[in-house]
Design a protein around this ligand. Sequence first.
Ligand SMILES: [Zn+2]
Length: 767
Amino acid sequence: MKLLKYLSLVALLLVTGFTYAQEEEPEERKPGHSNVNRFKQLYEVFSTPNVYRSANGAPGPQYYQQQADYVMDIVLDDQQAKINGFETITYTNNSPDVLEYLWVQLDQNVREKDSKSPLIEGSGAQPATMASSFVGEHMGSSFDGGFKIQAVKSAKGADLGYTINQTMMRVEMPQDLKPGGKFSFSVRWWYNIPEHTIDRARSGFETFEDGNRGYVIAQFFPRMAVYSDVEGWQNSQFWGRDEFALPFGDYEVNITVPSDHVLDGTGVLVNRKDIFTKEMMNRYNEAKKSYEKPVIIVTQAEAEMASKGFTRSSKTWKLKAENVRDFGFATSRRYIWDMMSVKIGDKDVMAVSMYPPEGNPLWEDYSTIVVASTLKSYSRMSFDYPYHKAISVHAKNQGMEYPMICWNYGRPDKDGTYSDRTKYGMMSVIIHEVGHNYFPMIVNSDERQWTWMDEGLNTFVQYVAEQDFGEWYPDAIAPNKAYPSRRGPAKKIVSYMAGDQDRMAPIMTKGLNTYNFGANAYSKPATGLNILRETIMGRELFDYAFRTYSQRWMFKHPTPEDFFRTMEDASAVDLDWFWRAWFYSTDYTDIGVKEVKTFYVTSKMSKEVREMMEQRGMKESDLPPLVYLIDEDSEDFEESMRTSTLADVPTLQAYIMDNVPADERASLKNPRFFYEVTFEKPGGIPMPIIAEFTYSDGSTKRLTYPAEIWRKNDASVGKVIASEMEITKITVDPDEETADIDTSNNSWPKKKKLGDFNRFKENVKGQ
Ligand SMILES: [Zn+2]
């Protein structure tokens, strides 16, 4: 009963206070507005769930995806640096739509002589240009790149009509392709392989000093475009930046290279017995049982010996891959090759490296253990690696990914020495590119449209994997040091978030159209996920939801909403506000302490309350027992209040005697200091307020107010902190985990800025 009465008084005071304020200062009428609440659900922004994609973020009951199977014969002409190819594509239409034509991607065409790609880039005269770029930009490149399509035929050998529009080829079928139907056709082509070290291509060859070449070959065959429920045909042109959208399929690829070359690529090598020497076979069998360190299959001495020769005879390497979205391979007579086994779940996976002697000693020491470590970390964060191997190939200046194989940079100086920068750059790019096996090779998002879905998610797990590596292989990194991750921690994104808004685009922008590609599509989404994991959701909820997304969409094509919806669906954390702020806007975080007022407890009725009471025609005896808090600026303040305690408030003591059982009274806190803390939020992003209170004895305590504290007032919120000890300092976001761009307002009392003269005096004193 008494509690009820007390509550009704609080309500009365609130109501009274409201009318009182209104009568004193009549408010000016403001115009109406629509719902601009930052916590509003994303209904209008998200696409509507349907039979293909469910509201929970999982594939819907009628989800479908197309299948493209390839049989290819590829011949590498090492003398001319050319590739000749013949492929048969079998396309299965699993969609409910009738297809009148097929779209095939011709990515090599960005290097055609008359490619439009360079024409969409604005430019200014540079004071210094790399000679290779200068030749390309100002002297008319002599390189004759692009696919030379020789024939497009039906399975029966009849010519098919086709139209090439830049990097896309439309193939006309004799009949429409009905739902459930299959269509087979063949393409014969060749192209000149670009020198990737000069041409900045994603694949091509590098010429070593001894004249031999190392080939890292990808985008080397006409590839089917994706047809889906969200895009129809994804035939957005390849301008050179936005990567690829590819359907899954089975591959049978026969690659003919000089017989003194070694080769590895996507898929199972089905004729290993014909290709490997006895020695290599023995070493390979040893590698299958080696879980601690790699076994060398082709030694440096053997690679250097092979590099001295040149043969016109050839060998055909036969590779078969099931359920992959692409195919890549690397080959040279100058490659060293090593492998080790890594246990993933109950299966053995082969971690593999291929590198020229130019990569040693760095590559022999680290590449394969980094591959193994990466597979373990990513498998823990998403799903067990489903393929039988993961290969890291060393190619100068490259960082590019394909199913089971990737190219990575990181080269020591000629004398074999290298800096920490080179070493960690190499390790990080290997973790990153091997990690791409998960995103987007298996969780097959549309890279052409959403760069962040592969680069951002992957860079986030890369950060986790880097930190794992540091823990698992402390000897491989400088002793007692944490792995020096470049991206992931919140404070590393601050300079980007605080940058020029005219040169910024939301993450939810097509990669081609963003500024500051690395920060926008890699760092910012990765950091956002890291903040969700460490600060907003916690590891347990985040990791479960992230694994759910990964497993729901492995070997499928997710969209951004599928990710956003799943993260909420699996965690019961409403994140619409976070997606809106971090992914759909260029807002930034800035939260601070605006003001702190100290209050003292008293039993003396303040003037303010007395006026309210009198205005309503009430007497003091009409009110229930009250406790008053008065700040030192108030006209009711008296010096004696500074030392008053709860014991000096008879109404409170009487209330406690009546309402709190005797055995519980001793456990009641006895606060003496009352602080009204006003937190301000100049930044647009709502974030939890992480407040650290420092007490007069030097001890500290942290309180985190969820981001939802901002739901009704986006600019500032107040909190009353009752404390038994005096608070000497309040710091917001003490560990810099929210990417707060301005920390000058993060603490109270404000740090005094010394004038120049004072600073000079301080310095003199210090010396
Ligand atoms: Zn990447």
